[in-house]
Design a protein around this ligand. Structure first.
Ligand code: GTP
Ligand code: MG
Length: 378
């Protein structure tokens, strides 16, 4: 049976052994620092500390120092291998504020989202699909402003590939480093788009040296990071960037079971005055259909209507598809996972229980924000 000592559990969660023992006591378990506790008990402690416990047997295969495999990926790993079929890669664009993420995506999509943004600053995650040489690619655009750490983390968690946009005149900046940490924590390969090479003050070699210092050694220097010089504004290097994306996608497992368990991530959510709560979901496994009942955190509901990223009505959305849905009871939290349930009654019961647990937890545990956690791991 799986077990762990109190000491080891404290070390892995960066909590003090005293803290762990106190949580155990409050749950009716008396333990000393060398005592072995079972997985279910450890899971309670871990969740009260704000983490999620994963049995080691599930993660062993891909275990690295940097983080856990996202839950949606573990769901896919638990599907029968013969049920998995290729799906579009999900490519998340990350980088420091104003380095040109939205402009780059505009150039790839032939749109003009960047100019319409308030103050030229992206404040939410945008989800789009692009067809390139007959292959569909899902893109997530994220904000670069320092305030949006959580959105960048979630964007990386949902990705198969991260495009790290670095302005060639500005170089590696704080949120560039942060983005690299998110990609590594989510175990996602990084392709660098060295943007703004049209600028007279661009210094690509300097930026490549900075990247190499962060262990992103350009392939032309014998490393294994693809660094593609581009100008989003003048549309230079886009073809090379798409090639780099597809090349990277070939090297990794990008599959899901469209008939399997429905799971995905809330990418964006808000209240619409006339339509009620609206959420953009990224389906990651299974197929989401109109009429399905889903739960996302403490929001639930039967989906009344679904729209693709262009706003066209659709009835079903398979793996890697971003979809806008109506019919939720409340606005779900961005980054929350959603899953499908068989009935509204069951979904309501799950939500009720979550609300009670959350209230009990809020009354007990001190809260650390993701920003604080991030500054701790840096
Ligand atoms: P946030 O989402 O707020 O983090 O910014 P962003 O990374 O999406 O940057 P955005 O695309 O909004 O571009 C910021 C500014 O850089 C805009 O004024 C763009 O026109 C400019 N810009 C983007 N790409 C290029 C480029 O290749 N060359 C030059 N010269 N300017 C660029
Ligand atoms: Mg932007």
């Amino acid at each position: 049976p799986m077990s762990i000592t109190v000491r080891e559990l404290a070390q892995r969660t960066e909590a003090s052994p005293i803290q762990v023992i106190k949580i155990l006591m409050s749950n009716g378990v008396m333990a000393n620092i060398n005592q072995q506790i079972d997985f279910d008990t450890a899971a309670i402690v871990v969740s009260e500390l704000g983490f999620e416990a994963v049995p080691e047997s599930l993660v062993e295969e891909e275990k690295v120092e940097t983080g856990e495999i996202p839950l949606w990926r573990r769901i896919i790993l638990s599907e029968k291998p013969e049920s998995l079929i290729p799906r579009p890669p999900v490519v998340t664009i990350l980088g420091h504020v104003d380095h040109g993420k939205t402009t780059l995506l505009d150039a790839i999509r032939n749109t003009n989202v960047a100019e319409g943004e308030a103050g030229g600053i992206t404040q939410h995650i945008g989800a789009y699909q692009v067809e390139h040489k007959g292959r569909l690619i899902t893109f997530l655009d994220t904000p670069g402003h320092a305030a949006f750490t959580a959105m960048r983390a979630r964007g990386a968690q949902g990705a198969d590939i991260v495009i790290l946009v670095v302005a060639a005149n500005d170089g590696v900046m704080p949120q560039t480093r942060e983005a690299i940490a998110h990609a590594r924590a989510a175990r996602v390969p990084i392709v660098v788009a060295l943007n703004k090479i049209d600028r007279p003050d661009a210094n690509p070699d300097f930026v490549k040296r900075q990247l190499a210092e962060l262990d992103l050694v350009p392939d032309e220097w014998g490393g294994n990071t693809l660094v593609v010089p581009v100008s989003a504004k003048q549309r230079i290097g886009l073809e090379d960037l798409m090639e780099a994306i597809l090349l990277t996608a070939e090297g990794i497992e990008i599959r899901a079971n469209p008939k399997g368990k429905v799971i995905g991530t809330v990418v964006e959510a808000q209240v619409d005055k006339s339509r009620g709560p609206i959420a953009t979901l990224l389906v990651q496994n299974g197929t989401l259909e109109v009429g399905d009942v889903i739960v996302a955190g403490t929001a639930y509901g039967k989906l009344r209507a679904m729209f693709d990223f262009r706003g066209r009505k659709i009835r079903a959305a398979g793996p890697s598809t971003p979809v806008q849905v109506m019919g939720l009871s409340e606005v779900p939290e961005v980054g929350e996972l959603f899953t499908r349930y068989d009935s509204e009654r069951e979904a309501r019961a799950v939500v009720e229980q979550r609300k009670q647990e959350a209230a009990a937890k809020a009354a007990r545990a001190p809260k650390a924000t993701l920003e604080e956690l991030f500054s701790r791991v840096q």
